[in-house]
Unconditional design. Structure first.
Length: 310
């Protein structure tokens, strides 16, 4: 069994409009844009990162905004809901804020004993704020969001699957423990994690498969401390029969990827070197940062990217 995974590292989704996406995460949710770069495989498209002050693993939501991308079709074989942790008593603040700003899909529920507020992102992305006790992570308090209600980072995510047994076995191999079941949803928790500790598996045997598009999660990344631990995880996965990519340098972390039995793309990402490797912490996310192989094409790339708000 793998013992080096610390919880979530980041979650990467797709969007149809970069300015709208940036505005929602910085102005509506009050997160910090910690990096403005490009899709390393398609530099005509931004890769935007939002999180806490430092872009701490377990807090970072990232996006590929493809202009005018077709909408997603929700279904199985995908991350159906991304869950953010907020302090107890914070939900009334967020409900009022979302109503005032015209956020869609607002609904309250209670899952595994926690009060939640569900809402949609600009492209219909499925999100929930989850009241979480004793979360000691520091919050970024942008756009008038007070410290006592601000988002702490992820609490976890929900996978929508036709059947959950194979993914449950994989999570167990990755160090997650089965915690509880409510109806068709089973919760797994990583012991001693980074706060972004839970994965919920929803069994939806009659639901059609998802079609990826704007609002879809592209992949979900799990955190390990360093490259040494990542290589150990890679070997363990490959020894179990998974087809895992070589290590890929993403400038701010190293990454490996593999496809799960339920069809979801998993990444294992390192906590090193972090988002301050090429920007001072006080100025994260301000300048357009490019991988070195694209630096000679900066003028052309910048000309093709829609300017964002500061």
């Amino acid at each position: 069994m793998i013992k080096d995974i610390k919880g979530l590292h980041h979650i990467t989704s797709m969007a149809s409009d970069a300015r709208q996406n940036n505005r929602f995460f910085t102005e509506t949710l009050g997160l910090r844009r910690v990096k403005k770069t490009v899709n390393f495989d398609d530099p005509s498209v931004y890769h935007l990162y939002y999180g806490d002050e430092d872009g701490t693993p377990g807090t970072v939501m990232t996006y590929f905004p493809f202009p005018n991308m077709m909408p997603n079709r929700p279904g199985v074989g995908e991350v159906g809901e991304t869950q953010f942790a907020v302090p107890k008593g914070a939900l009334s603040f967020w409900k009022d804020r979302f109503v005032a700003q015209g956020v869609g899909g607002i609904a309250s529920d209670t899952v595994f004993g926690a009060n939640r507020l569900r809402f949609d992102g600009p492209d219909g992305d499925g999100f929930a704020l989850v009241e979480t006790a004793d979360d000691t992570r520091s919050a970024w308090t942008g756009e008038g969001v007070p410290e006592d209600v601000a988002i702490r980072g992820f609490s976890g995510a929900r996978f929508n699957l036709h059947e959950t047994a194979a993914t449950a076995e994989l999570l167990g191999f990755m160090g997650y423990e089965r915690a509880a079941t409510e109806g068709d949803v089973t919760r797994f928790i990583i012991p001693g994690g980074n706060g972004a500790d839970t994965i919920d598996l929803a069994a939806l045997p009659k639901t059609p498969f998802a079609r990826q598009g704007a609002g879809s999660v592209h992949h979900i990344a799990f955190a390990v401390d360093n490259r040494e631990k990542q290589l150990e995880v890679r070997k363990a996965l490959m020894d179990t029969g998974y087809q895992v990519t070589p290590v890929i340098d993403r400038d701010y972390f190293w990454a490996i990827y593999f496809r799960t039995p339920g069809g979801i793309l998993f990444e294992i990402a390192t906590n090193e070197p972090g988002f301050n490797r090429d920007e001072d912490t006080a100025h994260l996310g301000e300048a357009l940062k490019l991988p070195s192989r694209y630096e000679n094409f900066r003028d052309e790339i910048e000309a093709n990217l829609e300017p964002l708000a500061a």
